[in-house]
Each structure stands twice: as structure tokens, then as C-alpha cells.
Design a protein around this ligand. Structure first.
Ligand SMILES: [Zn+2]
Length: 240
């Protein structure tokens, strides 16, 4: 059975075409599910069992956000793009590390997904600028100089400069990284990671260098949505 018909009715032909494309490839439906803890945004979840779009409340299904989640799903299910996960054999596994990798993977996916989404729905530019602005505001308050803050500032600066060549936020991001003393480091990071954006494997590997993550912690999980299987490859085995 395909995506629930009442949700499909909310989508235009171009978005439905992508739903059909993914479902045909998987030979199963994309499930739309209400996620009670969620506020105001959609998300997707894909593993070897199924692919889902999570919604915050019944009927909340804005087309541009659905397209965003579908691009994530298309990459994982059809294009053989791996997800970053904590290696099963890594000795220092923790729920916090797992959550950090889920966040990092989502951020890295957005380097490809957001530009593609903006080509289809240019009006989403405002939404994404507002998202990044609120992240930058968070960096503007609280303790300065801790490692997490530097890592976050690095990520947002590189993302902004990759996605928005002319945004009012660029100056704000510059100010923050200058205050944190990492302006040269973020520029260097940009030059060393962005060339790999089309290869998820190399992109992850390059970011590991800049975020000082232990290489042995990371694995790349390839999900075969049609056959309900997956395999893992160590990030350490990827060459740059
Ligand atoms: Zn996303």
C-alpha cells in the first residue's frame, strides 16, 4: 500500500512523482506517522525495516517540508548514500555520542538537501535563514570559548557560506567566528571539506578531521531499503 491517500492528496504532481519513485524503488510504502514529541517540523527516519515521514500533528503536511524529507529519503534509499553511525564495535559508545552523530549526519546531509530544496521551493530561503539565525543567536549567548560552541560555529559558518552566497547572516557568522578566534580555521575547513560535498564518504571523513572526532568511532551505514538489509563500512577506511 502506498503513502496514506489522505496525505497524498495534499501534494502536487512533482512531489507525488518523487513519492512514487521512492516507493517503487523500495517496493513498499513511505509511512506517515505522528511523532508526539515533535513541535512544528517534519523529520524522516529510515532503517532497514522501513522509511517514515514523522509529523508533529495529524494533518500537518506542508509540501515544501515534505519535499525536503523526500530528498533525504531518496538519497538514503535510492542513491546509496550512507548514514553516519557510531560503529557497533566502538568501545566508547554512548547514547550521547549516538545523538551527536545523528545531529552531525543531518547537518552534513543538509549541505546537499537544502540547495536542492531551494531550487524547487526558492521561498524556503527565508525559513532556512531563520533557522540558521536562531542557531547563531544561541552561539551569541552563554559561555564563550567552549569546544562545542566552536564546533557549532564552524559547522554553521561553512554551511551558510556553501548555501547562501549573499545573505545578511554571513556578516553575523563572521563576527561570531572572529570573536571565538577561529576565522582562519573555518576558512581552512571550508576549503578542505566543501570539495567533497558530492561524496558522502569523503565528506564525512573530511569533517572528522576538522571536528577532532575519533576516527574509529564512525561507520557509514548503507541501507538497502528494498531488501531490508544494511552494511557498515568504517570511516577510517575512506581515503581523501
Ligand atoms: Zn533535513
Amino acid at each position: 500500500m502506498p503513502m496514506q491517500e489522505n496525505y497524498k492528496k495534499k501534494l502536487s504532481r512533482k512531489t507525488l512523482a518523487l513519492v512514487d519513485h521512492i516507493e517503487q524503488h523500495m517496493q513498499s510504502e513511505i509511512v506517515v506517522e505522528i511523532d508526539d514529541g515533535r513541535v512544528g517540523t517534519l523529520a524522516c527516519k529510515v532503517d532497514r525495516v522501513e522509511a517514515k515521514i514523522l509529523i508533529p500533528e495529524n494533518g500537518y503536511f506542508p509540501e515544501s517540508s515534505v519535499m525536503h524529507e523526500l530528498i533525504h529519503l531518496r538519497r538514503f534509499c535510492i542513491e546509496d548514500v550512507p548514514k553516519l553511525v557510531v560503529c557497533e564495535v566502538y568501545g566508547n559508545w554512548s547514547p550521547a555520542l549516538q545523538d551527536a552523530f545523528i545531529d552531525l549526519d543531518n547537518n552534513l546531509e543538509h549541505f546537499v538537501v537544502v540547495p536542492e530544496e531551494l531550487k524547487i521551493f526558492p521561498e524556503r530561503c527565508e525559513y532556512w535563514e531563520a533557522c540558521i539565525n536562531s542557531k547563531l543567536e544561541e552561539l551569541n549567548i552563554g559561555n564563550s570559548g567552549n569546544g562545542n560552541k566552536q564546533g557549532s560555529a564552524l559547522m554553521y559558518w561553512v554551511f551558510l557560506h556553501h548555501v547562501f552566497q549573499s545573505s545578511g547572516l554571513l556578516a553575523k557568522a563572521n563576527e561570531i567566528v572572529t570573536r571565538l578566534g577561529i576565522l582562519d580555521a573555518v576558512k581552512c575547513c571550508f576549503d578542505q571539506v566543501v570539495p567533497y560535498v558530492e561524496s558522502k564518504e569523503q565528506f564525512v571523513r573530511a569533517w572528522f578531521n576538522h571536528l577532532a572526532i575519533p576516527l574509529e568511532a564512525g561507520c557509514l551505514e548503507y541501507i538497502d531499503c528494498r531488501n531490508h538489509s544494511s552494511k557498515e563500512v568504517a570511516v577510517a577506511s575512506v581515503n581523501l
